[in-house]
Design a protein around this ligand. Structure first.
Ligand SMILES: [Zn+2]
Ligand SMILES: [Zn+2]
Length: 211
């Protein structure tokens, strides 16, 4: 399986199709590529899926593909294509901006119930404490906030909420589970809710009392 290169340094372009956007695919690929010491990039391809380009020894690349071929937990890889080629001399591995090519079928990611880690954040002490719109790369809204593919924050209804510096740090930290989480938000920078009329400070509580 995945022939095409021996021990020498070579390049592979791996194309994933299916439910592969909005499910933490790019951070997942990033971590696996770094673990395998591979250079290259990962990016969303418009509505066509995810493109991964990796450079390294053929053995490392094959091992990498074996690790990632099923994708992260929320994904559903329906098709995987591998093309081998000559190395281009990438340095390090990065998450690139999405391609603007909007053609292709694409699969819009579904909304996913809040995960146990985010529940712990809501019940904990940090800046997500009590914050209703807490989400991460493993949970939260996708379909209901998405205006168009590719699944990037600027294509969602979260685009008008500029990240605070803490959320920006999490978004850019490969060790954080909100690394490249497009719906990241906290009480400081994310959406708030209010009750009309009355504009109570505690809308959910006041509605609950009315009920
Ligand atoms: Zn979560
Ligand atoms: Zn924030």
């Amino acid at each position: 399986m995945y022939e095409g290169c021996g021990d020498e340094v070579c390049m592979a372009r791996v194309l994933f199709d299916g439910v592969v956007q909005g499910v933490g695919f790019r951070p997942f690929i990033y971590r696996a590529a770094v673990d395998h010491g591979l250079a290259g990039y990962v990016r969303n391809l418009g509505a066509k899926g995810v493109e991964v380009v990796v450079e390294g020894s053929g053995d490392e690349i094959r091992s990498f593909i074996n690790t990632v071929e099923e994708g992260p937990p929320l994904s559903e890889v329906r098709e995987l294509k591998v093309e081998w080629g000559s190395p281009r001399g990438f340095e390090g591995f990065s998450i690139s901006g999405s391609s603007e090519d909007g053609s292709g079928s694409g699969v819009v990611p579904p909304d996913t119930a809040i995960c146990s880690d985010c529940l712990m954040d809501i019940h904990g002490e940090g800046r997500f404490s009590g914050y209703w719109a807490t989400s991460c790369v493993n949970c939260g809204p996708r379909f209901c906030v998405l205006r168009k593919m590719p699944y990037d924050r600027e294509n969602t209804s979260m685009s008008s909420f500029e990240l605070c510096s803490d959320c920006k740090d999490d978004y850019n930290d490969p060790g954080d589970r909100r690394y490249h989480a497009q719906t990241i938000a906290c009480a400081e920078c994310g959406p708030s809710h209010y009750r009309v009329p009355g504009c109570s400070e505690e809308p959910i509580k006041s509605v609950a009392e009315d009920i």
